[in-house]
Design a protein around this ligand. Structure first.
Ligand code: MN
Length: 287
């Protein structure tokens, strides 16, 4: 039977989120070790999201918006406005810092903030990689049409298409939108697989699945996901992580020593600064 993972309520610098991964009953799906649905929340004129400058190691962050707008700034000197449909992919490698804030124009009016933030663990051989940033506009991502379902391949490879975003391990992350009743098959060869329904119900293995729970499929068996027009589901997963996985705050590593080194480095202000964001930096609440 598929495993159902129920998110917990959390907040990121004041913005309400559903923390889907990690949970006690499920730490990761393929290399995906963190998944937050931000909002949806209506922000009044003058309000915005402000994720202060903070560090990462050992992972790639993936910001994907469904509504609203964010400005990404990082220690590599990249400044990028993110709009719905874009893939914002930052590989932390040995260490990077970034901030994500509502821009001035968006902050001046009421808007709905809704998005998904995912972290993908890097394999041990890439933990010391140079940090890198990749922004992929929505129109540049491959879309596969299957049986009334529009499958946008955000990162990785699935349904015979491959995203141009560079990855370090086999994975897939697909935004599936039903414009007519239809079904898609998630091949067992994709590895560990999960679905996160965003809108509308879908049916998997004869069971109806509504938004609110992550559905982790059984390994080794093909799965059919069926839904009606209007449904939207994120499909994600990939090769199972075999290496040890340690997480603390914004850090992912194959060893406790790497985590401890990152904690000491942030405490000593040893990470590079976010270019163009001199605001107060985040504090590790569990340091
Ligand atoms: Mn971050």
């Amino acid at each position: 039977m598929p495993q159902l993972v129920i998110p917990r309520a959390a907040d990121v610098d004041g913005l309400p989120v559903k923390r889907v991964l990690p949970r006690r009953e499920r730490r990761c799906v393929g290399p995906f070790c963190f998944l937050d649905e931000m909002g949806p929340v209506t922000l009044a004129a003058g309000e915005g999201m402000d994720v202060r400058p903070h560090p990462h190691i050992g992972l790639a962050t993936l910001t994907y918006l469904l509504s609203g707008e964010l400005v990404h700034r990082d220690s590599l000197g990249c400044t990028q406005t993110i709009v719905p449909g874009d893939v914002n992919w930052m590989t932390a490698g040995r260490g990077v810092t970034h901030s994500e804030r509502t821009g001035d124009a968006a902050r001046a009016r009421e808007f709905v903030m809704h998005g998904v933030q995912a972290w993908v663990a890097l394999p041990p051989e890439s933990e010391d990689a140079e940090p890198a940033f990749r922004h992929q506009e929505a129109a540049s991502l491959p879309v596969v049409e299957v049986d009334g379902v529009s499958l946008r391949v955000l990162v990785g490879e699935a349904f015979g298409a491959e995203s141009p975003v560079p990855v370090h391990t086999p994975l897939f992350y697909v935004d599936a939108v039903w414009s007519a009743p239809g079904e898609v098959v998630l091949d067992a060869a994709l590895g560990e697989r999960a679905l996160w329904p965003l809108a509308g119900a879908c049916r998997v293995g004869g069971e109806v699945r509504e938004p609110g729970a992550l559905v982790v499929l059984d390994d080794g068996e093909p799965a059919t996901v069926a839904a009606e027009a209007g449904a939207r589901v994120l499909l994600l997963g990939g090769a199972r992580r075999e290496a040890p996985l340690h997480m603390h705050w914004n850090y992912v590593a194959s060893s406790v020593e790497r985590i401890e080194a990152a904690k000491a480095r942030w405490a000593a202000d040893g990470f590079p600064r976010v270019v163009g964001d001199d605001g107060p930096r985040a504090v590790d609440p569990r340091a």
